[in-house]
Design a protein around this ligand. Structure first.
Ligand SMILES: Cc1ncc(COP(=O)(O)O)c(C=O)c1O
Length: 282
């Protein structure tokens, strides 16, 4: 699994009895590649976690060729179109987050798991209700992890909007390019033949923290989400030793900066952000 991701991607692993092993990313896409994953694999590798970070689709079809199940973390990628289909429909099993700020957000916490494997789907349904199929007999130790009915009701209203919200997020990426942002910073590189629904629009600059401060002065919020990659977090210390050096991860961690994007940001606002980046670069 990548270390350049939200901490929860890794946090889910130790409670299963498995050990997270961190691999590098390509800082241009922020994604794992078949090469970085292969370099971290051993005969004990049970699964690959592919994170579709910032909405950019990871190369799941190529990762499946490495011979172990691929778990997609699609938390940030609802609405993205990849070369082989949608995140959530590419690997062995996938998870989504409906945290309010996500591309498809509820009014509180929620999430979903998708899979085309009927047996896995049945197991997940059982686990979400305390490891029981009939609410009377308990086959294994599970969880209370049902989607709250109120959140489900909200999501039923939101879901039909996802396509045009996602399309807008994709268009905003094109607007940032058209407005000349690429002359001022490294822009995120979409995965080949993909149309990312950018959850976050994340540029790279050597002076990311100084740029953030200058943008704040101009009234433009920006943020470095993962300055400390997961393998350097205290809770992951027991597992970090299994990872080699991760230079792409360290570069992305140091240089990335998320600038404004949403399903409703306007072209004028995008131009305003680019003008603020330009002024901060003079
Ligand atoms: C990449 C990634 N994975 C996992 C999660 C966890 O999702 P949740 O907060 O719904 O548990 C998030 C966001 O919160 C995320 O961005």
């Amino acid at each position: 699994m990548p270390s350049f991701t939200f901490y929860a991607s890794a946090e889910a692993i130790p409670p299963t009895g498995a050990t997270p092993v961190f691999c590098d990313i390509d800082p241009a896409t922020f994604l794992v590649t078949p090469e970085t994953v292969r370099a971290a694999m051993t005969p004990r590798t049970k699964a690959i976690v592919a994170v579709h970070l910032f909405g950019n689709p990871a190369p799941v079809a190529e990762l499946l060729e490495l011979g172990v199940p691929v778990v997609e973390d699609a938390a940030q990628a609802a609405g993205t179109i990849g070369p082989d289909g949608r995140p959530g429909a590419l690997g062995t099993i996938a998870s989504f987050s409906f945290y309010p700020s996500k591309n498809l957000g509820a009014f509180g916490d929620g999430g979903a798991i998708t899979t085309s494997d009927d047996a896995l789907a049945e197991r997940v349904r059982t686990l979400r209700f305390h490891g029981s199929r009939d609410k009377v007999t308990y086959e294994e130790v599970g969880y209370n992890s049902r989607l709250d009915e109120l959140q489900a009701a909200v999501l039923r209203v939101m879901l039909p909007e996802l396509e045009h919200w996602a399309a807008h997020r994709h268009v905003v990426g094109a607007w940032y390019e058209e407005a000349g942002l690429g002359e001022l910073a490294a822009l995120p590189e979409p995965a080949p033949a993909s149309a990312p629904a950018w959850h976050l629009y994340v540029i790279r600059r050597d002076d990311a923290d100084a740029l953030q401060a200058a943008l704040a002065q101009a009234g433009v919020e920006s943020r470095g989400y993962y300055r400390t990659p997961v393998h350097r977090q205290a809770a992951m210390a027991p597992y970090a030793g299994a990872s080699g050096p991760l230079p792409g991860t360290d570069e992305a961690a140091r240089t990335h900066l998320a600038i404004p994007i949403s399903a409703s940001i306007t072209r004028a606002q995008v131009d305003e952000v680019v003008a603020a980046v330009r002024a901060a670069s003079a």
